[in-house]
Design a protein around this ligand. Structure first.
Ligand SMILES: [Cu+2]
Length: 340
């Protein structure tokens, strides 16, 4: 009994001190979304409980090691033989069970809170692929490789993947959601701090997984509107000059993720460089050769399985026929043609 009171008092004092100390530690990056607050609150509560448990286990352990150690003259003594303690076992089963269930309940409340819909939320579609992100604002008809978001407005991200499972993760927003081929998943974010952040792929997805970063810019609502208007692309094909087509092709190549695998400066990458590609003679995997004219490049984009360049793996995504418009393809060809 005496020991129980002493060790109980030590644990109470030390765990209170450690919990206060732990609360001064900044574990997380800045909170840049409204969703970060309830998540961090719950995380902090976990840390409090974990700290208490750590002190409880180690406090009793250290107290026993020092207070009940073998003393001089006790060399031949034999310790008492104990056969379990039913009350103790019930206590250390029931108390943790209640604690865990309580945290599950809190977790459900927080999850419901952060995934709730808002009346004025903005829709953004997210596509992940090896190894890039692209974003589409369906109401405005705008596509982008950078995710621009107005501060203070809830966005609903509807996500999918074109190849393997990826995961959309922005540490500053705290939230994370897998993108899965064949189905759509949703995630809601209410950015609160203007600034630039990175979306990181959090699901190992192949060679360039670690480089699968996308830029997120949280800006004021006015700046967002301006950006959106500036991005509104021409929808009618063919009435662009060659120069405008090349510029559009360069941004399409970025937006469609081509540049994750193709360089434009002659350097080696996952796929062949585009520099000097147009008009050159290509050797294919089966040993035959073909001249890289417009039709060959169009086929390479829309049906990459048809011909494979010698020395490269046949891994170019076969989905561009579904996602690129005719204008996109024309612009890409013009861009590749311009890279002499
Ligand atoms: Cu990925």
């Amino acid at each position: 009994m005496k020991h129980g009171i002493i060790v109980g008092a030590i644990i109470a004092v030390v765990s209170a001190a450690m919990i206060l100390w732990m609360r001064t530690i900044q574990w997380m990056p800045v909170q840049a979304a409204a969703e970060a607050r309830p998540i961090d609150w719950l995380f902090g509560l976990h840390i409090d409980v974990i700290t208490f448990l750590y002190v409880l286990v180690n406090g009793i352990l250290l107290y026993s090691i020092f207070v009940f150690r073998r003393k001089k003259g006790e060399e031949d003594a034999v310790g008492a033989n104990l056969h379990g303690n039913t009350k103790l076992e019930i206590a250390w089963t029931v108390i943790p069970l209640i604690t865990v269930l309580f945290f599950a309940y809190l977790g459900t409340l927080v999850l419901n809170d952060i995934s709730a819909a808002a009346a004025d939320e903005m829709d953004v579609n997210v596509r992940a692929r090896q190894w890039s992100w692209s974003f589409e604002y369906p109401e405005a008809g705008v596509k982008s490789t950078e995710l621009y978001l107005p501060a203070g407005r809830k966005v609903k991200l509807t996500m999918t993947s074109e190849d393997v499972i990826h995961s959309f993760w922005v540490p500053e927003f705290r939230v994370k959601m897998d993108t899965v081929p064949g189905i759509t998943t949703t995630l809601r974010i209410t950015p609160s701090e203007e600034g630039t952040y990175k979306v990181r792929c959090a699901e190992l997805c192949g060679t360039a997984h670690a480089a699968m970063l996308g830029t997120i810019r949280v800006v004021s609502p006015e700046e967002f509107e301006q950006w959106l208007q500036g991005k509104q692309a021409p929808t009618s094909p063919a009435d662009l000059s060659e120069e405008e087509l090349v510029t559009l092709g360069a941004s399409t190549a970025e937006a469609a993720g081509c540049l994750a695998c193709h360089s434009v400066d002659g350097s080696k990458s996952v796929g062949p460089t585009w520099k000097g590609l147009f008009g050159s003679e290509r050797t294919l995997a089966d040993g035959s050769t073909v001249v890289a004219d417009e039709d060959y490049i169009r086929e390479s984009i829309l049906n990459p399985k048809a011909k494979t360049v010698a020395g490269f793996p046949d891994i170019m995504p076969p989905t561009y026929g579904d996602t690129l418009s005719e204008l996109d393809v024309e612009a890409l060809i013009a861009y590749i043609r311009s890279l002499k």
